[in-house]
Each structure stands twice: as structure tokens, then as C-alpha cells.
Design a binder for this molecule. Structure first.
Ligand code: NAD
Length: 363
């Protein structure tokens, strides 16, 4: 083993102190430009389910950190909602230029199939239902493919609905009203989820500002909706009622938190806090934080309840109520909202028993 490889292995176990994992799986196929990592955090409640990111990373270690953090978040997200899934995540390290996307997704499908059902893949940043249609031809351990492949389709509209209800819950708690009319929401990232959120908020009369590093995403948004545009470097310091991170993780840190003019942080991005302690910083700054894996769980609920409209509506309403509970407990106990959410998920993980039966997610 080369020195570099030895260093990498040492890093894996060093990182596991902060981001524990159960197993790690590496996929590699140079002919198909395929390099991927699947991290399984826990299968205590069922097979690990999580999205697949197709992203360019600065290093393999950066990809590893991302996948480990995301996998843990999925365990907590499923446990928070008492769903029969464990937590896992996949990242495909995107090459500089993808030669043949079908080839790449075929390789990914083969990789997922080789894990024998321990991990069920869904979509995340950089992948969509079209990709999962390709994957579905190679493995049955996939959701989010189109109906033609018995998939659940795109989770993003449902994620956006959950985020909207989360923003409303935070507004209700803080402003004593969940009406969105006149509320100014600044959305960072108008990709799959962000643009759906713009649409929902505009329908309810909110004032919406958007920011994105991709000019095409901004243009698509402006073509459809009346929105103000904020430059990416001004996104934290721009006054608004609600700051909604719908792009990247780890964006709330010592510098950005202090720039924030918003009263509420509530968005879809996974791992918004650089680490858990920044939830406490937000609390001390008087900013109400809707914990990421709670507010962004609409897509997971859609997958778990297989598009059953009635069950999903019930669960999204529960999401609203449970966020209010989190805010109340945070205030009563004087601890951050992310700590309260973690306690709720960990309590359920400890009990490890399901409160309500669910249809099987896949055959
Ligand atoms: P996406 O890739 O479709 O969109 C992300 C958008 O953010 C893109 O338009 C991108 O250009 C923009 N962006 C990237 N860096 C930025 C920056 N520095 N400043 C501003 N904009 C930036 O991803 P998505 O599916 O919409 O997901 C967004 C976030 O929500 C991700 O963190 C994802 O993990 C999380 N999430 C998504 C879902 C879902 O159903 N899609 C579910 C749960 C969580």
C-alpha cells in the first residue's frame, strides 16, 4: 500500500471519531470514469437509504467527509420520523468532463447492486430521476426513478413543501402568524428544491429574493417569477425575515452567522451548520434555526409513503407541529434547536421500535 493510501486509511478512522460509520464502500472503474463512495452510518431501523451526489470534489478526503456527514444525517432524519430506514449516502466524484453519463450511471447501478440491498439509493445534488431510471435497469435497490420503473419520481417538490411548512412553523412561533404574505424570504440556491420553494412562496404572497452561483438557474427563476437577485457574496448580510439555504452544507459558521440579518434560518440544504455548536451560536444571536434534517424531510416522506397523498399530507402537518415542539423545548431548556432534534431522534433510535406500519419500500 502506498504512503498516500495509508494516509487515506488513517484519515478514514480519524474522521470516524467525528462522523461514525458502520461500513464504507468504494467503487472504482476507470474505463467508465467511475469513482464513488457509499457510507452506511446505521442499519438499526432498516436498510440504509440516502441520496447520491454527483459533485466535483477538491480531494477524495473532501468527498469522504461529505459522505460521512450526510450518512449520519440520514440516520437521524429517518429516526426523527420513525421510519424503517437506516442512514447512508453515496457520492460520485464527478470527473472534469463526463464522457458518457449513461456509462457512469450504469457503473453506479452495478456498484449499488453489489451491496446487496444494504443501501437503497435516491437522488441528491447533481443527480435526478433520469439517472435513477438508468440505475433501475441495473439494480432494484433504487427509489426516485420514474413511474415506468416503479419509482417514486422526483422528491424535490415534496422537499420544498416540507421546507415551506417549516418556514411557516418558524413564522408562527416567532411572528405569531404563519401567513406568508409580505414575509421576505431569501433563498440561497435555486436548483431542484429552491425553485419549487420560490413557486410555493410566491403563490402565498411572500416577497422572494434569490441567490445562485449559476447564472442559468437565476435566469430560469427570473423567467418564471418576480424575484430580486442577491449576489452570492452578499447573501448572508442582506436583510430579510427568513434566510433559506437550499444549496450547500456547512454555510453557517462564525463569520456568516454574525452577518445574518434574518430572524429565521430554514432551508433544504443538508448539514447547514459547520458543526453542531453553531446551532447554539444562532440561538445566542436570537436567530431561530429549523434543524436541517427535520425541515428537509419532505422528500424522504414521499419515498417512505410512496406518494400516498393522504399519508404525506398528514406527515407534513406533523412536521409543522414537531418543529413547533422543538422551538418550544429549545426555549424552555435553553439549548439549541438542533440539540433538541437530535435528542428526539436518538430517543427513537434507542427505543428502536416502529410506531406505525409502512408499506415495503421495494420488493
Ligand atoms: P441542486 O443541485 O438541484 O441545486 C443546488 C443549487 O445551488 C444549484 O442551482 C447551484 O448552482 C446552487 N449553488 C451551489 N453553490 C452555491 C453557492 N455557493 N451559492 C448559491 N448557490 C449555490 O440541489 P437540490 O436537489 O435543489 O438540493 C439542494 C440542497 O437540498 C442540497 O444540499 C441537498 O442535499 C438538499 N436536499 C435536497 C433534497 C431533494 O429532494 N432534492 C432533499 C433533502 C435535502
Amino acid at each position: 500500500m502506498s504512503n498516500q493510501a495509508c494516509g487515506m486509511m488513517a484519515d478514514v478512522f480519524q474522521q470516524s471519531v467525528e462522523y461514525p460509520f458502520s461500513t464504507l464502500h468504494f467503487g472504482n472503474d476507470a474505463d467508465r470514469q467511475f469513482q464513488a463512495i457509499v457510507a452506511i452510518h446505521s442499519t438499526a431501523l432498516g436498510p440504509a437509504l440516502g441520496g447520491c451526489r454527483l459533485v466535483r470534489y477538491t480531494s477524495t478526503n473532501a468527498a469522504l467527509t461529505d459522505v460521512l456527514r450526510l450518512a449520519k444525517g440520514m440516520t437521524y432524519k429517518a429516526a426523527f420520523h420513525h421510519l424503517p430506514f437506516g442512514g447512508g449516502k453515496a457520492v460520485i466524484i464527478a470527473p472534469e468532463k463526463i464522457r458518457d453519463r449513461r456509462d457512469l450511471m450504469n457503473a453506479y447501478g452495478d456498484f449499488i447492486d453489489s451491496l446487496g440491498g444494504m443501501f437503497i439509493t435516491a437522488v441528491d445534488s447533481g443527480t435526478g430521476p433520469d439517472d435513477m431510471d438508468i440505475v433501475a435497469k441495473r439494480t432494484k435497490h433504487v427509489v426516485c426513478a420514474s413511474k415506468q420503473f416503479s419509482g417514486t419520481g422526483d422528491p424535490s417538490p415534496h422537499t420544498a413543501k416540507g421546507v415551506l411548512r417549516g418556514i411557516q412553523a418558524a413564522s408562527k412561533y416567532l411572528f405569531k402568524s404563519d401567513q406568508m404574505e409580505g414575509i421576505h424570504v431569501l433563498i440561497q440556491g435555486v436548483g431542484h428544491v429552491g425553485i419549487q420553494l420560490v413557486s410555493l412562496l410566491k403563490t402565498l404572497g411572500a416577497k422572494v429574493s434569490v441567490s445562485d452561483v449559476n447564472q442559468q438557474s437565476i435566469k430560469t427563476c427570473q423567467d418564471r417569477f418576480e424575484v430580486s437577485v442577491v449576489e452570492p457574496e452578499e447573501v448572508y448580510s442582506t436583510p430579510c425575515d427568513v434566510f433559506s439555504p437550499c444549496a450547500l452544507g456547512q454555510i453557517i459558521n462564525a463569520s456568516t452567522a454574525k452577518q445574518l440579518k434574518a430572524k429565521i434560518v430554514a432551508g433544504s440544504a443538508n448539514n447547514q451548520l459547520l458543526d453542531g455548536s453553531y446551532g447554539e451560536l444562532l440561538r445566542k444571536l436570537g436567530i431561530l434555526y429549523a434543524p436541517d434534517y427535520v425541515i428537509n424531510s419532505g422528500g424522504l416522506l414521499q419515498i417512505a409513503y410512496r406518494n400516498d397523498q393522504q399519508l404525506m399530507a398528514r406527515e407534513i402537518d406533523r412536521l409543522y407541529e414537531r418543529l413547533i415542539t422543538i422551538f418550544e423545548q429549545s426555549s424552555r431548556q435553553g439549548v439549541s434547536t438542533n440539540v433538541i432534534a437530535n435528542q428526539m431522534a436518538e430517543d427513537f433510535l434507542r427505543e428502536s421500535k416502529l410506531k406505525h406500519p409502512l408499506p415495503a419500500v421495494h420488493a
